[in-house]
Design a protein around this ligand. Structure first.
Ligand SMILES: [Zn+2]
Length: 311
């Protein structure tokens, strides 16, 4: 086995173990229990786990996803988090080698995963996780591991705060509810610290795309179930408008007219949807935290390619 493969193997092992720890940290963070005590136990029957039934992913497969004592199903969250953390650790290692950069990005990745768990599970973002992210972002740029200056990093924190607070306030005016939680502001500040203000703006843009790709089908199904057909139709029209821009030729003589019609239709559709929001359709469908950190991962790996794509 080459030394590279051996290191890769270790990256996966470390990723699995820390992933297993992240499950515990996230759940006990939500329930307010201590991280160190008590030892790992089955959440259903409370029996302590043996070392050999506590091996990340492998134990889950051998136990067929059931507790060895009470035979109750074990949440699939455990192996998913463990393998996601391991895969990302391996990818970081393959991209950045044995380096301080890899080490700090491993820590960042694990914070990203913590944010996803708590946000998906209870729509909660734990402040401490985002403070650590801000700290790691600053450290990353103080050590000059990225391509931005420490000033850019600080401006990134500021930009994260301003952009999300302004968006949240606009949301409050239009739909009478905060469009983003305070947790999202804190995540954006952390991502700003890590990536700088320019890349933060691109990250937010990509995150919104990711969010839209997942939200639109959920929204459509919801409208249809609530017999809110007009909104469902408006939603399809919005998607068609967006797709049509891909095929429109900017050199076309009537491009301005096309854009004007497009904007009118978009605005009209949005008004229809806003007017027809039924009380049982809460405005925030999916947590935004996971989309934000996924956007940031895209930037970390593909910043250059993404810039080429958008230029
Ligand atoms: Zn059990």
């Amino acid at each position: 086995m080459s030394i590279e493969a051996l290191y890769g193997f270790f990256a996966v092992l470390i990723g699995l173990s820390i992933g297993s720890f992240l499950n515990v940290v996230a759940l006990r963070g939500l329930s307010g229990e201590s991280i160190v005590f008590p030892p790992s136990k089955c959440p259903k029957c409370g029996k302590k786990l043996n070392w050999y039934t506590n091996i990340p992913v492998i134990s889950y497969i051998f136990l067929l996803g059931k507790c060895q004592f009470c035979k109750q199903p074990i949440s699939v969250q455990y192996p998913i988090v463990e393998s996601a953390n391991a895969i990302l650790y391996l990818i970081m290692f393959l991209n950045f080698g044995v380096s301080l950069k890899t080490l700090i990005l491993w820590a960042v990745t694990s914070i990203f995963i913590l944010i996803c768990i708590t946000d998906f599970k209870e729509q909660v973002i734990i402040d401490l996780h985002t403070y650590i992210l801000i700290g790691l972002g600053l450290l990353y740029n103080i050590l000059k591991l990225g391509s931005i200056s420490i000033l850019d990093s600080i401006l990134g924190i500021l930009a994260g705060y301003l952009i999300f607070e302004i968006l949240a306030r606009i949301g409050t005016i239009t739909v009478k509810t905060r469009a983003f939680g305070e947790g999202d502001t804190l995540i954006a500040m952390g991502l700003g610290a890590l990536l700088g203000w320019k890349m933060l703006i691109l990250t937010i843009f990509i995150s919104m795309l990711i969010q839209a790709i997942f939200t639109i089908p959920v929204l459509f199904i919801k409208y249809f179930k609530n017999k809110n057909y007009l909104s469902a139709f408006a939603l399809i029209l919005i998607v068609l408008c967006i797709i049509s821009t891909k095929f429109a030729n900017p050199n076309f003589d009537y491009y301005i007219i096309y854009l004007a019609i497009l904007c009118t239709v978009l605005l009209f559709c949005l008004l229809i949807i806003l007017k027809n929001i039924k009380s049982q359709e809460s405005f925030c469908y999916l947590p935004f935290g996971p989309a934000l950190v996924t956007g940031a991962l895209f930037i970390i790996f593909f910043a250059k390619k993404i810039l080429v794509f958008f230029s």
